[in-house]
Design a protein around this ligand. Structure first.
Ligand code: PEP
Ligand code: MG
Length: 565
């Protein structure tokens, strides 16, 4: 008589929750590497000379680029941009030059590709921030090119043949762009933080996502998983009946959220402005369809990522006007942020080259220290667009550290008849929020950078997810100081970092005195509906509980318990 083995016990891994929701499906593993045996069999490729090897590289790189371009054609928005950028990188002449040089010096083709990529990765990594993220892209291109050379299928995300949870060490931008949320039900990564690329794409797709999950790469393909993007847990081999019950409950709750139409009010009628973060005219038009009362953050630098020279005032007005136009209904307003160039967002015509530590360097408002024209022209462009559209326009500066900077900026903005504010992203600005409010009309807390600078942890560093968490008590303390200063001054204090998109944290932020929350439109309904279920008194209790907690996990649990009670 044969005895069947006992079922493997369930176990639970935990990480940083970034997109709420529950999913139950088998694990689909992202194949990371080309097999070593295929590379060994390929050897030096048997090419007659470096020219022949370079021709093989060209064919492989072109095939990879075409693959990205084909994927880009099937999607739109940020996903399409990411894929097109990857196609461009695969065709990059500098990269090809590196391969050619290594081939000429006698290296076999696969090694030549790896050497050229390594050289570029070093340069990008040294630049830090968003450029360092391009290193993930480059490695992805290297694996794909090598796969073509040795005759293997490209590594990366396999096409799921059933609804699955995608599990990976980390995901390259080109992996996450173009994912189909009807078959990829959730994302789980071993590395990555709340502001990582994986998190941003998951938020756009609206699928549950947990990052920084220790042990994720050890999960075996096909293992049934229950992913809770609110708690940050990944349960292996859950009880199927209980898993189905939780998924059904989550689905019902989400359906309820979809019917939320705004405007945002707590259950006892306290108004909170829920706003959208936008990047250009197209995203503003899409956002204007969501139940938002305006735009809380228009990231103007994103309009110029590929621009070599400074646009004229008229050109800038033409670029900003469509964003303002989308909200020109007489009811809504737009907060425009002046150029936040530098560090993770290098802009050719503004960024200072070769800084040792660009996140602490000349970025954001600091760029106008030695180039005041840059700010003046932009403010002229914004003022023109505001006059053209009639949309109430508030203007804020990024990376303000001193009250003197706030005063100078406010004078320039007000001289153009616009409302002036600053972002609170540097701890000094939070600590001096009361003095900042003597200079400006409003504050907007950028929790992404405020967390980075408070915790001294690079927001893009995939290994520091536990630190780059806006639920960190020190970050919350600074937010509370800022909100309290706003209440005292009777001036608006908003949050426009990713923290505003977390429904539970949003309640605690409102309890601290935050008056507006700005986020990706995909998160608006969840945040608005959650606020509608709780009273202001509960929000205040949630704020107190979060501030009293010793760590982010305890803060999340305490707030969740209060909101569910
Ligand atoms: C922030 O830092 O929180 C913010 C909203 O600005 P960005 O993410 O564009 O740096
Ligand atoms: Mg910022």
């Amino acid at each position: 008589m044969s005895v069947s083995p006992p079922p493997l016990p369930a176990s639970v891994l935990s990480g940083t929750p970034v997109v709420p929701g529950i999913a139950h499906a088998p694990a689909l593993l992202v194949r990371g590497e080309v097999s070593e045996s295929a590379i060994l069999a390929f050897g030096d490729g048997g090419f007659s000379d470096p020219e022949a090897a370079l021709a093989a590289y060209d064919a492989a790189a072109e095939a990879v680029a075409e693959g990205f371009a084909a994927k880009a054609a099937k999607v739109s928005g940020a996903s399409a941009e990411v894929l097109s950028a990857s196609a461009g990188l695969a065709r990059d002449k500098g990269l090809r030059g590196g391969v050619k040089k290594a081939l000429t010096s006698g290296q076999p083709l696969v090694e030549a590709v790896r050497a050229a990529v390594a050289q570029f990765v070093d340069v990008f990594t040294a630049m830090g921030g968003l450029m360092a993220e391009r290193a993930t892209d480059l490695h992805d291109i290297e694996r794909r090119v090598v796969a073509h050379l040795v005759g293997e299928p490209e590594p990366g995300v396999p096409t799921p043949d059933q609804p699955s949870v995608l599990v990976a060490a980390d995901l390259a931008p080109s992996d996450t762009a173009g994912l189909d949320p009807t078959v990829v039900l959730a994302l789980v990564t071993e590395r990555g933080g709340p502001t990582s690329h994986t998190a941003i794409i998951a938020r756009q797709l609206g699928i549950p996502c947990v990052v920084g999950v220790a042990g994720a790469v050890g999960i075996e393909a096909g293992t049934p998983l229950l992913v809770d993007g609110t708690l940050g847990s990944v349960e292996l081999r859950p009880d199927p009946v209980e898993a189905h019950r939780r998924v059904a409950q989550d689905r019902a709750e989400r359906a309820l959220l979809e019917s939320w139409t705004g405007p945002a009010r707590t259950a006892d009628g306290v108004a909170v402005k829920v706003l959208a973060n936008v990047a250009d005219g197209e995203s503003a038009r899409t956002a204007s369809q969501a139940p938002v009362e305006g735009v809380g953050l228009f990231r103007t630098e994103l309009c110029f990522l590929n621009r070599q020279d400074e646009p004229s005032v008229e050109e800038q007005a033409d670029i900003y006007a469509p964003v303002l136009e989308a909200f020109a209904d007489g009811e809504r307003y737009v907060v425009v942020r002046t150029l936040d160039a530098g560090s993770d967002k290098p802009i050719a015509f503004a960024t200072h080259e070769g800084e040792e530590n660009p996140a602490l360097g000349v970025r954001g408002l600091r760029l106008c220290y030695d180039n005041p024209g840059l700010l003046e022209h932009q403010l002229d462009g914004i003022a023109q667009a505001a006059a053209r559209t009639g949309t109430p326009t508030w203007v804020m500066a990024p990376m303000v550290a001193t009250a003197e900077e706030a005063r100078d900026f406010a004078a320039r903005v007000r001289s153009r008849g616009l409302k002036a504010g600053i972002m609170v992203e540097i701890p000094s600005a939070a600590l001096l929020a009361n003095r900042m409010l003597e200079e400006v009309d409003f504050l907007s807390i950028g929790t992404n950078d405020l967390t980075q600078y408070t915790m001294a942890a690079d927001r893009m560093a995939t290994d520091l997810a536990r630190l780059t968490d806006p639920w960190q008590p020190a970050v919350l303390r600074l937010v509370a100081i800022t909100a309290e200063a706003g209440r005292h001054a009777g001036k608006p204090v908003g949050v426009c970092g990713e923290a505003a998109a977390d429904p539970a944290l949003a309640c605690a932020l409102v309890g601290m005195g935050v008056t507006s929350l700005s986020m990706a439109p995909a998160s608006v309904r969840a945040v608005g509906a959650t606020l509608g279920k709780v009273t202001m008194a509960t929000c205040v209790e949630a704020a107190e509980a979060a501030l009293a907690a010793t760590d982010p996990q305890a803060a999340r649990a305490a707030v969740r318990a209060l909101l569910e009670a």
